[in-house]
Design a protein around this ligand. Sequence first.
Ligand code: AMP
Length: 192
Amino acid sequence: MRIVLLGAPGSGKGTQAKLMVERLGLLHISTGVLLRNAAKRGTELGLKAKSIIDRGELVPDDIMSDMVEERLGREDVADGFILDGYPRNLAQAKSLDTMLERLGKPANQAIQIDVDLEQLIERIARRAKEQGRADDSGEVVRNRMRVYHEQTAPVIDYYANRGLLTHVLGDGRVEEVLERILSVLNVNHAPA
Ligand code: AMP
């Protein structure tokens, strides 16, 4: 299974992806995690990315496509993956298609996790406290939301037009959201 997970900042993509990894044994590829790790290691790319992340902007497409292409080219991707945080605009969506076609591994499913704005803001505020992510507070969050609506939201239609998209309601307990996702994927529900 090759899944693209979509949703606004705070919609629970990362949380759901981790649970899906446990349940389905798929590989989780999060571009946000890859970038934050590069920043922690202090690589040139990481430091450049950090200043962009800290402003809530998008890291340039060429950097992102190199990073994703390198990751998708590794052997552990053979059994499928959950892509979280990529693509974030239409150019990235097209470039991902090209990469996956070249690898002979097109995406089979895109899932958009829908959460209303009020709840997103609440969740991000909680995450800011729990995880201390610098880009989860104040003006930066507002910027990330703006970037999401202007650049990332069109990606939803891109996958809808290709017949790959399903919307999943992202409110309620994390386990409930997971069950909704698993039923979209036609995977057995949790054991009783
Ligand atoms: P995330 O953890 O997915 O919310 O990503 C955190 C930040 O990393 C974003 O606000 C962007 O600055 C950057 N980032 C992550 N994925 C991408 C991407 N596909 N394209 C550009 N920037 C990204």
